[in-house]
Each structure stands twice: as structure tokens, then as C-alpha cells.
Design a binder for this molecule. Structure first.
Ligand code: F0G
Length: 408
């Protein structure tokens, strides 16, 4: 059964009919979120034996039709073993997990948002969907639009999107525009296009999309036997995911299913850290970074649209925000891959790089149970991987040459 819900402004608290096509508050311009009458909803997903997936948690999702789905969610929660010993030889009590969102159908957590967002587009009778993207959102949107049989238009920061992501958007049939500009500029443009042509905007400013992403929180708690970790660490770009996961944990607590909320900890790249700066300086709002730069192109964002939600998530939960260098990101990516068998793209490795830094600096307690969210698959950005790894050794097709190459 679908729950009763409304759209509500996070600033002035005005409420709106969820069938209205609005992305920000018409009255004050604030961000919107989906709110439920939680006490009236019968929730049984913590008792059900159903396999974990986004739609297992349908009792708290705002979709009234059969969803457009290709089986998203149900991603693994791995306990770190070798990398953990290296990071934290002193602490035996600590548990560190990785929630590998790269194992969603298109290789990133965006699929959780898109199964809900594209379903909503169909429910609302929208004919075309659109987004700006550093890559993963466009790959996911193109895929779900193909599944739904509607056109997708995607605006990319030309030349700054990883190869695998562009390939996905193209093969799934989106209209792909390479903008001569960065992501923040592409997002402004796509918002104008959506307003003018009635396309449905599926960036994370769309509150329905974030509803799908909050199921990351549900799955983490579900897998831990409806317990909540002490801390969740994740990369922050446009700042939607940290806001969505925080909302998910808050809803579980409000429903009486869990009894605490993890400290939401956001990691940004050194060259694109407006949220970290705002936290460090105690600012009410972020100051946009005009020329964001990082190897982690997925989070190469200077003016995150969901910053207001993310700042609240971090502050209210008692979390942290720090930045890491590109070198730290590459080291974490390599170590996750070679010590744990977990292949992630650079932005995702930022979560583990951040955790490593926080532990080294003694900023988090020795006995914390931590979940790092790795947001995208390693195959998204093969160019970066090849650039940072040793090259293969060429050998003649000859057994002696092979032996020599193998044994030195
Ligand atoms: N990790 C990956 C792999 C991403 O693709 C993104 C965002 C993030 C982290 C940050 O998530 O924006 O919710 O804070 N990618 C967007 C895109 C911007 O267009 O694919 P966020």
C-alpha cells in the first residue's frame, strides 16, 4: 500500500500537493522534501523476510504505480578485514563495513533514486526526463528512461565525465549534450530547459529521487539486524545522498524501528570542498567554489544544490565533514581493490580515504561501528585506473619469455 505523503519546504514548512511539478518551494525558494504521516503507516519491512531491494521498503516510498525497475538495491555490506588491520592495528573492537553501491544495475547508487524518480515521472504523466550530471546520474537516467520508453536529455560538463558513464548514457539512447562549462553551469541550464519545455528534472533537487536513495539507510539497518552504525561516511558532491541517507535513518527512528541515528560524515575532494568549508567556518550557507577540480570527477562540484539539507544532516547528527587530496583518494582506491577485492571509482574511494584520515587524526572513537558508502563501480572510470596503475608487461609469445617475465 502506498503511504499518504506531501511535499514540504525545509525552511518555511509550507506544504504542497505531491502532484504539483515543483522542485523548490514556490513561496520561499527553499528545498523540498517528502513528508509522511508516519504514525498512520503500517510498516512491516523490519519483520518481512523479503530480499533487500529498494522496493522492499515500498511502505515508505512515494510511488502509486507499478514502478519502473531493473532490480536496484540489495547491495552487499562487506566487513573490511585486511585494509582494516592496516588502518587500525590498535583497535580490535572497531567494526568497519563498506556498503558497495557500485553493484547496482548501472554501477552506482543513482539507480535507487532513478527507479523512484522515473516511476514518479510516469505517474505524473511527464513525457521527457532530463538532468545535468558528472556522469552517473546521466547513465542511470538514460537507463531507466529506456526501460520506461521515454526520452532522456542529459547535460554533461564536456570532457570531464568518465568514459564508462558517457558510454552508458549514449548506448541507452539519451540525447547527450557536452556543455562547454562545469557541472554547476550545466545544472543551471538544465533547470531552465525543464522549466521552459516541461521536461521532468531528475537531479537530486527533485525530492522524489532522494526518497529512493534513502533506502541505503534502510538496507544498512536491515543488514545489521535493525541496528544502526555509529557513523556513516560518504562522498559529497551535489549533497543529495548524505541528505537522503540521514532522512532514511530519521524515519526509521520515528517509526520506532531503530533507536539512534548515525553521525553523518561527508567527505569532499580538496579542490571541491564548499560543504567542508561551511562546516569548518560555522557558516549558515555554503560559499560556492567557482573552479572545482579533482581526479574524482563525480564530485567535481562547487555549488551543491542540496547543501542546506546536507549541512543540517551533518550538524544535527553530530557528524563531521573533511576533505581529502587526490593522492589520498587514489591510495584508498588501490587499497580497497588490492587488499579487499572491492573495486570502486575515485569519488567512492573518498569515503575510505576520509575514514583513514579521521582515524589517523583520532577524530573518531576507537570502538565506533562505521559504514563507508562506496557509491560507484571501478569500471565507471577505466581511464583513471589505467593512469594510476603500473602498465602491463609486453612479452613475446614464447614460454621462456613468459617465465622470465613472471619470475624475474
Ligand atoms: N559518488 C559518486 C560516484 C557520484 O556519482 C556522486 C554524484 C557522488 C558520490 C556524490 O553524491 O551528489 O548526492 O552528494 N554524482 C552526481 C552525478 C552529481 O551527476 O552523477 P551527491
Amino acid at each position: 500500500m502506498t503511504p499518504a505523503y506531501q511535499l514540504q519546504c525545509i525552511d518555511c514548512h509550507a506544504t504542497y500537493d505531491p502532484a504539483e511539478i515543483i522542485y523548490t518551494c514556490p513561496s520561499c525558494g527553499g528545498l523540498l522534501e517528502v513528508v509522511y504521516d508516519l504514525p498512520s503507516i503500517e510498516i512491516d519491512f523490519h519483520r518481512s523476510g523479503e530480499c533487500r531491494s529498494v522496493w522492499k521498503y515500498r511502505a515508505l516510498l512515494p510511488v502509486d504505480i507499478e514502478p519502473v525497475t531493473i532490480q536496484e538495491g540489495g547491495t552487499p555490506l562487506y566487513r573490511l578485514r585486511r585494509l582494516f588491520r592496516e588502518i587500525d592495528a590498535n583497535s580490535r573492537s572497531r567494526e568497519i563495513f563498506v556498503k558497495h553501491e557500485g553493484l547496482n544495475p548501472t554501477g552506482s547508487f543513482k539507480d535507487r533514486g532513478m527507479t523512484v524518480g522515473v516511476s514518479k515521472a510516469i505517474e505524473l504523466g511527464m513525457r521527457t526526463v532530463a538532468c545535468a550530471s558528472t556522469g552517473n546520474t546521466s547513465a542511470s537516467l538514460a537507463t531507466y528512461a529506456a526501460r520506461a520508453g521515454i526520452p532522456a536529455v542529459v547535460l554533461l560538463p564536456g570532457g570531464k565525465v568518465a568514459l564508462g558513464k558517457v558510454a552508458q548514457a549514449l548506448i541507452h539512447g539519451a540525447k547527450v549534450l557536452n556543455i562547454r562549462g562545469n557541472f554547476d553551469e550545466a545544472l543551471k541550464l538544465v533547470r531552465q530547459v525543464c522549466d521552459e519545455y516541461g521536461f521532468y528534472l531528475l537531479n537530486s533537487i527533485n525530492p522524489f529521487r532522494l526518497e529512493g536513495q534513502k533506502t541505503i539507510a534502510f538496507e544498512i539497518a536491515d543488514e545489521l539486524g535493525w541496528e544502526v552504525p555509529d557513523r556513516v561516511i560518504l562522498p559529497v558532491g551535489n549533497a543529495g545522498n548524505i541528505s537522503a541517507i540521514y532522512k532514511g535513518f530519521k524515519e526509521l527512528k520515528s517509526c520506532g524501528i531503530t533507536d539512534s541515528i548515525p553521525k553523518m560524515t561527508g567527505i569532499q575532494a580538496e579542490g571541491a570542498r564548499p560543504v567542508v568549508d561551511a562546516i569548518d567556518r560555522g557558516l549558515e550557507a555554503i560559499e560556492p567554489e567557482r573552479k572545482p577540480e579533482t581526479i574524482a570527477t563525480a564530485i567535481r562540484i562547487g555549488d551543491p544544490v542540496n547543501a542546506a539539507k546536507a549541512l543540517r544532516a551533518i550538524r544535527e547528527s553530530g557528524g563531521l565533514a573533511i576533505s581529502v587530496t587526490d593522492e589520498e583518494i587514489i591510495d584508498a582506491q588501490r587499497d580497497l581493490a588490492s587488499l579487499e577485492g572491492i573495486g570502486v571509482e575515485p569519488a567512492s574511494a573518498a569515503s575510505v580515504a576520509g575514514m583513514r584520515r579521521l582515524i589517523a587524526e583520532g577524530l573518531i572513537d576507537a570502538d565506533e561501528r562505521i559504514v563507508c558508502v562506496t557509491t560507484g563501480h571501478i569500471l565507471k572510470d577505466p581511464t583513471e585506473v589505467v593512469d594510476v596503475c603500473a602498465k602491463p608487461t609486453w612479452v613475446d609469445a614464447d614460454i621462456e619469455a613468459v617465465k622470465k617475465a613472471v619470475f624475474g
